[in-house]
Design a protein around this ligand. Structure first.
Ligand SMILES: [Zn+2]
Ligand SMILES: [Zn+2]
Length: 94
C-alpha cells in the first residue's frame, strides 16, 4: 500500500507519500528513486537489477562480493526480483 512512505535510508530525508520509492525486499528500508544507488560505484539501481544490502547500504551485483567479503559477514544471496542463476562468466566489457 502507498501512504506514508517514511524516511529515505540513504539521505535520511522524509519521502512524500506521492513520491515513488524503492523498497528493500523485506520492506525494512525505503529510498528515493534517486537515492537507490550502489554505495560503491554510485551506479543507479533499477527494479530487476540484482543487488545486495550490506550493513544497510545498497550494493550492486558487481560490487556485492567485494563489499560482502570486506565486511567479513556471512554472505547472503543478492536480492533479485527477477530470479535467475548468477552469471558464471564475468564479462569484461568496459
Ligand atoms: Zn533519499
Ligand atoms: Zn556498484
Amino acid at each position: 500500500m502507498f501512504g506514508l512512505s517514511g524516511t529515505c535510508s540513504a539521505c535520511r530525508l522524509q519521502i512524500p507519500p506521492n513520491e515513488f520509492v524503492m523498497k528493500t525486499p523485506d520492506g525494512a528500508a525505503v529510498y528515493h528513486l534517486t537515492c537507490f544507488v550502489c554505495v560503491t560505484c554510485h551506479g543507479r539501481l533499477v527494479p530487476g537489477d540484482r543487488y545486495g544490502i550490506v550493513n544497510g547500504n545498497l550494493v550492486c551485483e558487481n560490487d556485492y562480493v567485494t563489499v560482502a567479503l570486506s565486511n567479513q559477514r556471512r554472505p547472503q544471496q543478492p536480492s533479485s526480483s527477477s530470479a535467475s542463476q548468477p552469471r558464471q562468466h564475468p564479462s569484461k566489457v568496459r
